[in-house]
Each structure stands twice: as structure tokens, then as C-alpha cells.
Design a protein around this ligand. Structure first.
Ligand code: SF4
Ligand code: SF4
Length: 171
């Protein structure tokens, strides 16, 4: 049996028992809660326009984001479809969302994994190899767009999204 066989089995077990990522809910990019509450008519045009299928209407028929394993590509199709001035595409950044890594990252359990760094286009996630034995994922919050692409690939649901203003980070 190879020396790392037990680690490989453990990793497979983790991948097999993978649970769905929690579904974070935010208002769409270039909006905020107050604007959505006051202006959204519930027509659903932005919901239909989103090619990622990550928009839905809440119980009050106000638009919200529900990633469901996909990510926002910031394509602006939602904003283009809206006739109710809910979206302000001059707003930078588009939303105050940032990723957060918890202690359940497989690296902390000594299991090799870098699925999140592989998928992060802005390279906000990097492996710090100096942390023994397996390294640690570092998040560069200034580079994170909050797109959510890293949530679904994580085998142990170690990544969530949060509001950077609640964490004392610049929006
Ligand atoms: S920017 Fe594009 S991917 Fe993001 S919510 Fe709007 S339509 Fe969907
Ligand atoms: S949310 Fe998007 S930009 Fe931020 S770390 Fe995850 S993949 Fe990278």
C-alpha cells in the first residue's frame, strides 16, 4: 500500500459524502436592499434574463440572488432587462460580497485540495505552502469579487459568502 493511501481514501470519502453548499442570498449586483424593496415591481424580467439562473423573486416578489451552485459573471443582463431603475451599473464594486474560508477546509485536516484556487478567476485564493503540513488557502479580499464560483467546487463546504461591510472591509 502506498504511503499516502490512507490520505487518498480519506479524500475520496470526503468527496463522496460531499454536501450541497449553503445557498447564500443577496440582492443582485448594482442594487441594494432598500432600492430593491422600494422599486422592484416583481415583474421577473431580470430573473428571466440571467443566463446563470441565479436570480429569483422572494416571498414579497422582490428580486434576490440564489446561487444554487452557479456564480455571477457580472454580465449585466439583469440590469439591461430592468425597466424600473433598480440597477445602478455605475455602482463600484457591483456588490459588497466577499468570500470567507472556514476551518473545515480539507487542508486543515491534512488532505490535499486546491479546487477553489483553480476556479478563482481573479486569483483571490492562493495556496500558502509555508503552513505545514499541507499548506493553507489565503484569501486576498481586495481581489475577491464575491462571484461565488468557489463555493460549489469545495468538497467540504468550507467557503461561504458574506457582506464585507459586516466584516469591517472596504466595500
Ligand atoms: S450580472 Fe449576469 S450573471 Fe450576474 S445576476 Fe445579473 S444577469 Fe445574472
Ligand atoms: S468569490 Fe469569486 S473572486 Fe472571491 S474567492 Fe471565490 S471565486 Fe474568487
Amino acid at each position: 500500500m502506498p504511503a499516502n493511501a490512507s490520505n487518498s481514501l480519506t479524500r475520496r470519502d470526503f468527496l463522496r459524502s460531499r454536501i450541497s453548499a449553503p445557498v447564500p442570498e443577496f440582492r443582485p449586483p448594482w442594487t441594494d436592499d432598500a432600492t430593491v424593496q422600494s422599486r422592484c415591481t416583481g415583474c421577473g424580467d431580470c430573473v428571466d434574463a440571467c443566463p446563470q439562473n441565479i436570480l429569483e423573486l422572494d416571498e414579497n416578489r422582490h428580486v434576490r440572488v440564489s446561487l444554487r451552485g452557479a456564480e455571477c459573471t457580472f454580465c449585466k443582463a439583469c440590469a439591461d432587462a430592468c425597466d424600473a431603475s433598480v440597477f445602478d451599473t455605475e455602482q463600484t464594486p457591483p456588490w459588497p460580497v466577499v468570500a470567507e474560508i472556514s476551518g473545515t477546509c480539507l487542508l486543515a485536516a491534512g488532505i490535499a485540495c486546491q479546487l477553489c484556487t483553480d476556479i478563482c478567476e481573479p486569483q483571490a485564493l492562493r495556496l500558502d505552502p509555508d503552513v505545514r503540513p499541507m499548506g493553507r488557502i489565503r484569501l486576498e479580499t481586495a481581489s475577491c469579487t464575491g462571484c461565488g464560483a468557489c463555493l460549489a467546487p469545495c468538497p467540504n463546504t468550507a467557503i461561504t459568502l458574506s457582506d464585507r461591510r459586516m466584516k469591517g472591509l472596504a466595500a
